[in-house]
Design a protein around this ligand. Sequence first.
Ligand code: 2PG
Ligand code: MG
Length: 431
Amino acid sequence: MDNTIVGLQALEILDSRGNPTVEVECTLACGVKARAAVPSGASTGVHEAVELRDGDPKHFGGKGVTKAVAHVNGAIAEQIVGMDARAQAAIDEAMIALDGTPNKGRLGANAILGVSMAVARAAANAADLPLFQYLGGPDATRLPVPNMNILNGGVHARWQGADFQEFMIAPYGADSFREALEWGSEIYHALRSVLMEKGHRVGVGDEGGFAPEVSSNEEPLELIMQGIEKAGLKPGADVGMAVDPASSEFFRDGRYHLRTENRTLNAAELVDYYEKLVANYPFVLLEDGLAEDDWEGWQILNARLGGVIELVGDDLFVTNVQRIKRGIRENVANAALIKLNQIGTLTETIAAVRTCSRAGWGAFVSHRSGETVDSFIADMTVALDTGHLKSGAPARGERLAKYNQLLRIENALGSAAHFAGKNAYVRPVRF
Ligand code: 2PG
Ligand code: MG
């Protein structure tokens, strides 16, 4: 098989919110072709790599990505065509050098990532290996706990619901990924019944979770507890809770503004609030409890809760090795969220996961709120053995694309497959 890249072709396609995004097709000399599509966030951190948008108001309200597409078809193809698709690190480094900025602002992280992912998939196809085995080798056999976001708030529900963005269930007590997903689906449907009984609307947010109007950020936890029980499962023993408040979104002028509760808190007060929730509900993970530059606040948070649950930095670390290393040095968390498009290449994403692993930190792989049916992160999660991921609710095609791919991986592995369960989380589950 000749793995030489002979073609790179990008296309402007639409994501799950109807916004443009980049798709890249990579062709090898042996005739193998592979495609990859880039996701896009709504609650994006200010330190993320740059998603290049055209800014032309006449084209998708400025959100077009034709410049990023042109960069793939032009400058990037010129540099990368002729390279061996298996040389992932060299290809990614070449693109970083070609871009020449610290945040991929010239060519666009969306352009660079589309190529990075498509090249990996082409190399896997040419090797006749599933992507998870190509990236992870023969010991990539652990299936992650799916953390399913069944109740959406914040920007993902256009602030009509809770201030906190994501209320996830963690079915770590299942025996397999398949069973965990089944439990998630049953809880999702039970939650819909609970909501309907209480007269709530059951429309969904960007990640497929329900987006009811609530009067506090604790109310969704109560509703989800009822959903778990209605599905015949035990909160704590079978299923835990994970929350991503995405607090950078409600942090202004040094304070955290909880609109539904009509009050504003400082970091220490918000930590008190979390501490109470953690004491009253079966929490296993809290992501972005504090804002992206509130390093002092994070220190308080980690001192109080870091020994009890997994504390994940998303906007704080942006899958950036330098920021994760600072987090390790300053002891502000015990896990990092892992999003390919926050940093912009597969190689740097793998480095971020390795940095976490070496420090004994968790690495929590994530989709974006704007997604496509590309299931790359499902394979990547198994390959990098991170033990847990989030891909939204067990509903809507772009969310299920990842979970269904994990079903296929589990099936293909057969008796070699094992489910991460409670050990997926940095802190031992207490229930
Ligand atoms: C997050 C993500 C994914 P977005 O905050 O973790 O759920 O949201 O893609 O909008 O940044
Ligand atoms: Mg987040």
